[in-house]
Design a binder for this molecule. Structure first.
Ligand code: PMP
Length: 421
């Protein structure tokens, strides 16, 4: 039996003020585009989100006015670029409620999870140890653990889900046996939209001495996330799903972890002193940031966070829930359409299949109607295997989407269905 408990670390708590969503939408120039002579309806937000002018302008200004490398040059451009990069770190730390010196800036969730795998797990795990993952993980939170299991002799155990796509928490807790050293769990599923009660789960794991790795890629864009309140060991996020540039992301861990971990990648900037007799590493977080970072990207991600904060993450959750409910209600009226993932309190991601239509055919024909959705396996083969399907379509909604777009999306599905006979 599932014991779904809303997660206080990711549920709206504050008063909802009025937001002019039409005005907000006009901040996203790409949404003005026509594709195949139809107005673009962008429903592929779980893949990547579109960028507001504020983010585009911040990146543009960086390259026009103060492009330089960070932490190296004493000239004014070098100082400005370094300040901008460190200001981004501080803004992200405030946004996620963590300490800036515990926040490693990196290229995204995939890099972040590999960093934990090679720097925390590889030196520690051995034969007889178990890595616990859930059925609903993205490949980025499965494959690095398989690679580490192969190298250490550890085994992978899978925590199963229930037919509605929620995590089977009883099974998860039963699977947390003494040999489990690490739990790798997504905060929100990129296919089902399921929001896992990570705070309660991390508490249970901590009681049993299990290290927790939370993949926040699909949580941070949709709800207010307080990493300190979740009290996990590692939290990873990718910036391009949070209205920021590609090639940006964060990995948070407590200082004790960073200090106890060897560097993942070696090179410039992560050192204090280098000689052929040995190297003294820099302090965290810099010890984990070798080489030139994506400075312009983090300037853009800082602008994204500054853009989202006045809108309010709680307002965003409310708006997206309204859109999700509308789309789900309309999709449920279409006979032969099956939705995967109906867990209570889910995020605005809808995986679906239409009887007798291949997911790719449907997506290609919807594209001709101007509707961008994703079709395929969504980097979650094991999850699709659970549902006994090879592919699905996925419509994922952001706050800038509209009820009118949902109506047009539904009309487009009806039209495509007629075409498919
Ligand atoms: N985890 C989840 C849940 C995701 O949705 C994604 C992106 N689809 C990733 C990890 C990987 O993110 P990235 O490709 O930005 O590293």
């Amino acid at each position: 039996m599932n014991r779904y408990t809303p997660d206080p670390a990711s549920t709206p708590a504050t008063e909802i003020g009025p937001v002019d969503w039409n005005k907000i939408r006009s901040d996203f120039p790409i949404l003005e585009r026509q594709v195949h002579s139809k107005p673009l309806i962008y429903f592929d937000n779980a893949n990547t989100t579109q960028k507001p002018v504020q983010v585009i302008a911040a990146v543009d200004e960086f390259y026009r006015r103060y492009n330089a490398n960070v932490s190296r040059a004493v000239h004014i451009l070098g100082t400005e670029a370094t300040n901008a990069y460190e200001n981004a770190r501080m803004a992200l730390a405030r946004f996620l409620n963590v300490r800036a010196d515990e926040l490693v800036l990196c290229s995204g969730t995939t890099f972040a999870i590999n960093l934990i795998a090679y720097s925390w797990a590889l030196p520690r795990l051995r034969t007889g140890d178990t890595i616990l993952v859930s059925r609903m993980e993205h490949h980025a939170n499965i494959v690095p653990w398989q690679l580490i299991a192969q190298r250490t002799g550890a085994t992978i155990r899978v925590a199963e889900i229930l037919p509605d796509g929620s995590l089977d928490q009883d099974a998860l807790y039963a699977a947390m046996t003494e040999d489990v050293k690490l739990l790798a769990l997504t905060h929100v599923s990129n296919v089902l939209g399921t929001v896992n009660p990570v705070r309660a789960i991390c508490k249970e794991a901590r009681r049993r001495g299990i290290i927790t790795v939370i993949d926040g890629s699909q949580a941070i864009p949709h709800r207010s996330v307080d990493i300190a309140a979740i009290d996990c060991d590692f939290y990873a996020m990718t910036g391009h799903k949070l209205y920021g540039p590609t090639g940006t992301g964060i990995l948070w861990a407590r200082r004790e972890h960073w200090q106890a971990m060897p560097p993942f990648i070696g090179g410039g900037e992560m050192i204090k002193e280098v000689s052929f007799d040995g190297t003294v590493f820099n302090d965290p977080p810099y010890k984990f940031e070798a080489g030139t970072p994506n400075i312009a990207g983090f300037v853009g991600l800082h602008a994204a966070v500054d853009y989202l904060q006045p809108i309010g993450m709680d307002n965003i959750t409310t708006r997206e829930t309204e859109l999700l409910e509308h789309a789900t209600e309309e999709l449920n009226k279409i006979s032969g359409l099956r939705i995967f993932g109906t867990a209570p309190g889910k995020a605005s991601v809808i995986a679906f299949l239409l009887e007798d239509a291949h997911a790719h055919d449907l997506a290609i024909l919807l594209d001709l109607e101007g509707v961008a959705i994703r079709s395929g396996q969504h980097c979650a083969h094991p999850l699709l295997q659970f549902f006994g399907v090879g592919t699905t379509c996925r419509a994922s909604l952001a706050f800038y989407n509209t009820h009118e777009e949902i109506e047009r999306f539904i009309a487009a599905i009806h039209k495509v269905r007629r075409l498919l006979g």
